[in-house]
Design a protein around this ligand. Structure first.
Ligand code: R5P
Length: 310
C-alpha cells in the first residue's frame, strides 16, 4: 500500500474528506485510556507478518489537530515512531491546528520557548508538517520553527472571507461591511480576507494583561450603522473577540459577526463572546465544533498532494 491516512474518531469526517480528496485510503487509530491515564493506541496496520490487519504502507499521513495538545502530541509521537519502527518510509503530519505556536519567545526570564521545542520534537519523526494559520508572529515561515523537510502553512482567511461574503450577501454590499482584526498580529489574515470581500478593513491594537484580561484599542475607522466582521486565527478564552466586539457595538456598529480558523473555545468562551453581543460565530473545521461552517479539506488537499509527491 503506497499511502494511508490515519485519523482518530473525533475528527473522522474532516479526515475522511481529505483522504477522499487525495484518493487515499483511511483508517482509524483506536485509543484506550487506562485508569492511570496512560494510553493504548492501536493502528490499523501491524508489525510485518501479523495477520488480520492492513499491510504496512510506505507513507503514513496522520491527520490530527493538536488542540488540547499535551496528550495529542504524545499520541502523534508514539504513532510516528512506531510506524517508523515497522518500516513506514515517510510520515506526514496534517495538523490543521498546530499547538504551542504562540509561545515564540521567552516573555519572562526562564520561560520555555515552546514553539521551537515542539517544532523540534515533531521534526524527530515527521518528514512533513501541513498546518493552517499557525500563529507565527515573530517569524515569517513555519520551517523556522519546525525543522522538517517540508513545513507547509496554509491560510484559511480567503475561505472564511468567502463564507462571510455568502452569508451576508443579502444584508449588505461591500460598502456596508467592515472587516476588523482584533490585534496587530491578525493584519496578514485581514489583508487576505479583505481582498476577497473588497471592503474596508483595519486592525486593533491589543495589550494582554493575563489569560482573561485584554485591553483593545479600535482602529480609526467609521463603523456607525455598518456590519462588522471580526476575523482572527484563534478563539481561546474568547476575551479578545468579546472586548473588540463590545467596543465596536458601543461605537454604533449595526452588528458584529465573528469568523475564526481555530475554535479552541475554552470552557465558557462562547458564552463570553455571545454576551458581548456577537451575532454569528463561524469557524473552520480545524477543530470540530458546532460553529464549523468552512471545510478545510479542499484547501489542504493540494498541499498534501505536493507533500506526498516529494
Ligand atoms: C493571539 O494573539 C491570537 O491571535 C488570538 O487573538 C488569541 O489567541 C485569542 O485568545 P483569547 O480568545 O484567549 O483572547
Amino acid at each position: 500500500m503506497p499511502a494511508l491516512l490515519l485519523h482518530f474518531d473525533d475528527q473522522a469526517q474532516a479526515a475522511r474528506e481529505l483522504a477522499q480528496a487525495c484518493g487515499l485510503p483511511s483508517g482509524e487509530v483506536k485509543r484506550h485510556r487506562f485508569p492511570d491515564g496512560e494510553l493504548r493506541l492501536t493502528l490499523p496496520f501491524a508489525e510485518p507478518g501479523a495477520s488480520g490487519s492492513l499491510p504496512i504502507p510506505e507513507t503514513v499521513v496522520l491527520y490530527r489537530s493538536l488542540h488540547d495538545p499535551n496528550e495529542k502530541l504524545i499520541e502523534a509521537l508514539l504513532i510516528a515512531s512506531q510506524a517508523r519502527a515497522w518500516g513506514v518510509r515517510k510520515l506526514v503530519l496534517v495538523a490543521p491546528y498546530l499547538a504551542y505556536m504562540r509561545q515564540d519567545i521567552s516573555f519572562h526570564p526562564g520561560e520555555v520557548i515552546s514553539q521551537r521545542q515542539v517544532g523540534r520534537l515533531l521534526a524527530l519523526d515527521f518528514d512533513a508538517v501541513i498546518t493552517v494559520d499557525p500563529h507565527l508572529h515573530r517569524i515569517e515561515r513555519l520551517d523556522e520553527a519546525m525543522p522538517v523537510r517540508q513545513a507547509l502553512a496554509l491560510s484559511a482567511a480567503p475561505v472564511l472571507a468567502q463564507h462571510v461574503a455568502d452569508a451576508l450577501r443579502d444584508e449588505c454590499a461591500a460598502e456596508g461591511l467592515v472587516l476588523i482584526g482584533p490585534d496587530s498580529e491578525s493584519a496578514p489574515w485581514i489583508a487576505a480576507a479583505a481582498q476577497v470581500l473588497g471592503c474596508r478593513h483595519g486592525v486593533c491594537s491589543k495589550v494582554r494583561h493575563g489569560d482573561h484580561e485584554v485591553q483593545i484599542q479600535l482602529p480609526d475607522l467609521p463603523v456607525q450603522g455598518l456590519r462588522v466582521v471580526l476575523l482572527d486565527d484563534i478563539a481561546s478564552s474568547g476575551r479578545t473577540l468579546a472586548v473588540a466586539a463590545s467596543g465596536l457595538l458601543q461605537r454604533g456598529a449595526a452588528s458584529v459577526d465573528v469568523a475564526v480558523t481555530h475554535a479552541l473555545l475554552a470552557h465558557g468562551a462562547l458564552d463570553v463572546i455571545r454576551q458581548a453581543g456577537v451575532r454569528h460565530f463561524w469557524s473552520s473545521d480545524s477543530v470540530a465544533h458546532a460553529s464549523n461552517v468552512v471545510r478545510l479539506a479542499p484547501l489542504i488537499a493540494p498541499a498534501l498532494a505536493v507533500a506526498l509527491q516529494d
